[in-house]
Design a protein around this ligand. Structure first.
Ligand SMILES: *Cc1c(COP(=O)(O)O)cnc(C)c1O
Length: 384
């Protein structure tokens, strides 16, 4: 890619964007059009219909590729639609090895939509790579990893998974949403596909739903482009513009998310009412060494449990915060608090959640880029 030689900050500002050739406009125009006029049958300027291609989306897809050091990027109408496109590569009888702790919507897609058409899923603790290796057989087609995981911040060793895949006919896909492309680049470690919910850190302003896939292999890109075009889960040009705009400050936002995340993780860790804090920056975190090896920072997501694990205590905390808003999603400039068991992860049955260590008392924070002192004061008044 043309942008490969630049450092991260330069890439985030310039990736994918060329001045508009017809006007010189420095920002990619929002090409709000469904179709394109042809000069003669099948003679056109490279675009025939916006499901198949749109210049604003092209700019975003080039930017997605550049920011993950990938040859190719594809944009989808949501993160889940991007995951769904990968699942369309599989056929009945194929097997998938997925982490037992992952985003609830991915679990729902796998267990409720794809299991019934004959794809088999194994949910494994990715902290134990021997278990993952033991699960591989001749039907395995996809290893689906998420690191850090949502919401327990578990870390899996991407290079360890690459070794397990070896040169077998298995795709290794990493959901890189929590880390963001600023902190972690799985393709550089040997993964085949990176998936992002661009709704989160890429967009960064809680104003758009979007998904992304990045890959290096040209054939895989053609297959996934064919699925994107045929199944049609494409984002509109206005949404592409918003993500292009958000991406320009991704590095600055992530630096602040990391800084504030660390302040809040330690504050909670030392609070007498807080029981357990989940943040990969702690030396005591089981994935800390791997996180240090494969990430350039620990991010802005922090989960914790109160010592008083009653619903009343949880309700009091989540409703008395003034800066943190009680809402699903993450990765925006503003801080959010979420109760996974009843909100983002409610689609995972309670027994399944508890088996994986996700307690009903877990609280997840998406730490924004506000002043850390104000955020801590907000937690302090809510924890009295
Ligand atoms: C939000 C999220 C998704 C799903 O993305 P949408 O844009 O909401 O469809 C997938 N994985 C992770 C880790 C997420 O946080």
């Amino acid at each position: 890619m043309a942008h490969k030689q630049y450092k991260a900050a330069t890439k985030f500002v310039h990736a994918g964007v060329q001045p508009d050739p017809s006007t010189g406009a420095i920002m990619t125009p929002i090409f709000q059009t469904s179709t394109y006029v042809q000069s003669a049958p099948n003679e056109h300027k490279g675009y025939d219909y916006s499901r198949a291609g749109n210049p604003t989306r092209d700019a975003l897809e080039a930017a997605f590729a550049a920011t993950e050091n990938a040859r190719h990027g594809l944009a989808f109408s949501s993160g889940v639609a991007a995951t769904d496109a990968i699942m369309h590569l599989l056929k009945p009888g194929d097997e998938v090895i997925a982490a037992s702790d992952m985003y609830g919507g991915t679990y729902r897609l796998f267990s409720k939509i794809y299991e019934k058409i004959g794809i088999r899923f194994h949910y494994i603790d990715f902290g134990n790579l021997d278990q993952v290796a033991a699960c591989v057989n001749e039907n395995t087609r996809l290893i689906w990893a998420e690191t850090p995981t949502n919401p327990l911040m578990n870390i899996c060793d991407i290079e360890g998974l690459v070794a397990i895949r070896g040169n077998k006919n298995i795709l290794l896909c990493v959901d890189n949403t929590f880390a963001s492309c600023y902190l972690q680049n799985p393709l550089d470690m040997g993964a085949d596909i990176v998936m992002h919910s661009a709704t989160k850190y890429y967009g960064g302003h809680s104003d758009v739903i979007m998904g992304a896939l990045m890959m290096n292999d040209d054939v895989l890109r053609e297959e996934l482009y064919y699925i994107q075009k045929s199944c049609g889960a494409v984002p509109g040009p206005q949404d592409c513009f918003l993500v292009l705009r958000g991406m320009k400050t991704l590095h600055l936002r992530m630096q602040k998310h990391c800084e504030n995340g660390e302040r809040i993780a330690y504050y909670l860790y030392n609070h007498h009412k807080v029981d357990k804090v989940y943040w990969p920056g702690f030396e005591s975190h089981p994935g800390h060494e791997i996180a240090k090896k494969q990430m350039r920072g620990f991010g802005g997501m922090v989960s914790f449990e109160l010592k008083d694990d009653s619903y009343a205590a949880l309700r009091k905390l989540t409703t008395s915060l003034k800066i943190f808003s009680l809402a699903e999603s993450l990765g925006g400039v503003e801080s959010l608090v979420n109760h996974p068991a009843s909100m983002t992860h409610a689609s995972i049955p309670k027994a399944e959640r508890e088996k994986n260590g996700l307690k009903d008392s877990l609280i997840r924070l998406s730490v924004g880029i506000e002043d850390a002192d104000d955020l801590i004061a907000d937690l302090e008044q809510a924890l009295v």
